[in-house]
Write a protein that binds this ligand. Structure first.
Ligand code: PRE
Length: 266
């Protein structure tokens, strides 16, 4: 029986890997990222989350993330190539049998992990932009919401493995010379589509407008005007979501692609 399509992931079936499907998966992941940012923005910054010691951990954030990752590792989360832990040290192994499907990616993917950088950017640059100052005491829920955001963003960025793989398979003659020359700049140029990036930024901004509206029963709810400008107050600032993609998510996805391609012929 044919498998139902999985729009959030194009990785399951080797034969079905096309650039269109991979891009479709990235579009679907945008929804997850925007919703999770909206959830996080419902809490204030709650800065004690990041420095209140708990048990042997330096913070509630650290405690929640490490404990959740240990549990999810046992349930097989990190057997999926694009799912990467933020604290990989001493994780318990998966209790599930290894995946039966043949691997889609070159083994080099396993050596590319930008999570340290993603975590640093998230905590130092993103959070202060998305979360309003304040402290409501909900530290565990805040940390858990942070992990939801981080996992969705990290997964999207490491999905660059599949984008790179499909681009390589579609045009090995274009990519091989740059790979052999280990030409990062050349590879970056080959895999960049400025028009697609502009569409992504516009679409995520629009999603933040649509998903982040206050819904009320009167007629004065926020609206997208016909000229594309927006009206009203949103749960997460739509221009920030566009900026998140333009300054961090897409550049890091491209870094993953370059790193993967550099090793693709090993
Ligand atoms: O769609 C692609 O071709 C991608 O490589 C993905 C992506 C992105 O991160 O959204 C990255 C680089 C391209 O310039 C356009 C978009």
């Amino acid at each position: 029986m044919a498998e139902a399509p999985k729009p959030n992931s194009a990785s399951k079936n080797d034969q079905s890997l096309t650039l269109e499907k991979v891009r479709q998966a990235l579009i679907s992941q945008e929804d997850t990222i925007v919703f999770r940012l909206i959830e996080r923005a419902a809490f204030p910054l709650n800065s004690p989350t990041y420095h209140h010691k708990i048990s042997s951990s330096p913070s509630v954030f650290n405690f929640i993330v490490k404990s959740t990752e240990a549990l999810q590792s046992q349930a097989g989360r990190y057997e999926i190539p694009e799912e990467l832990p933020f604290f990989p040290e001493n994780l318990p192994p998966s209790l599930l049998p290894p995946p039966a499907d043949p691997p889609v990616l070159h083994p080099a993917a396993a050596s590319i992990n930008l999570n340290k950088k993603i975590l640093d950017i998230y905590l130092k640059q993103l959070l202060p932009l998305f979360a309003v100052p304040g402290d409501d005491g909900n530290y565990a829920a805040t940390a858990s919401s942070d992990l939801d955001c981080l996992q969705a963003i990290s997964r999207r960025i490491h999905y660059g493995y599949y984008v790179a793989e499909v681009k390589f398979r579609d045009a090995p003659q274009d990519y091989e010379p740059a790979i052999r020359a280990q030409d990062r700049e050349g590879l970056m140029k080959l895999l960049t589509f400025t028009n697609v990036e502009e569409q992504v930024k516009k679409r995520v901004e629009k999603k933040a407008v649509i998903f982040g509206q206050e819904v009320s029963l009167d007629n004065n709810t926020n609206s997208v005007k016909q000229n594309g400008t927006v009206n009203g107050k949103y749960k997460v600032d739509p221009s920030l979501v566009s900026r998140l993609y333009g300054e961090w998510v897409m550049p890091l996805t491209k870094d993953v692609q370059v790193e993967y391609l550099l090793r693709r012929l090993d």
